[in-house]
Write a protein of this length. Structure first.
Length: 149
């Protein structure tokens, strides 16, 4: 067993989160701009299709590899017994506040369909990772609303 697999297994055993959302973030919306894909993309097969279309349009774009990495993470977590959904969300070409607002909106939309109590963020770099606090805020406020029901 690989070290990564061991780590995932330890995390599963130590975690209280059992409904996870694997989120691939494309803050500058290459998936939409280059491949014409409307986000959020929800589900394993839809994410595979999006990654393939983006890779065919621009083989050098790192976002397609990020989507495939999110799918791999999804499959690893499913094999460990988690209830998991994988999604690709995107901002806008110019990034900035508008991108963050779109990512916030898409995350909320996904959480309406799949109520998660944890998330794994996958991205191709620091710019995409800057939205992690935005996603955490939505996830925790969603979780708080679920607990108050």
């Amino acid at each position: 067993m690989s070290q990564r697999s061991d780590k995932i297994e330890k995390d599963v055993n130590a975690s209280t989160a059992n409904r996870l959302l694997v989120i691939c973030v494309d803050r500058d919306n290459d998936v939409g701009e280059k491949a014409g894909i409307v986000t959020p993309v929800v589900g394993r097969d839809a994410c595979i299709e999006a990654a393939q279309r983006l890779a065919l349009e621009d083989p050098e774009d790192a976002d397609s590899n990020s989507i495939f990495s999110a799918i791999k993470t999804y499959e690893d977590l499913v094999s460990k017994g988690y209830q998991v959904e994988v999604v690709t969300i995107a901002g806008v070409k110019d990034r900035g506040v508008q991108a963050d607002e779109k990512i916030l909106s898409e995350t909320r939309k996904v959480l309406e369909r799949f109520s998660a109590n944890g998330a794994v963020i996958v991205s191709d770099g620091e710019d995409d990772e800057s939205v992690i606090p935005v996603i955490q805020n939505v996830l925790f406020s969603s979780k708080s609303c679920d607990e108050s029901k």
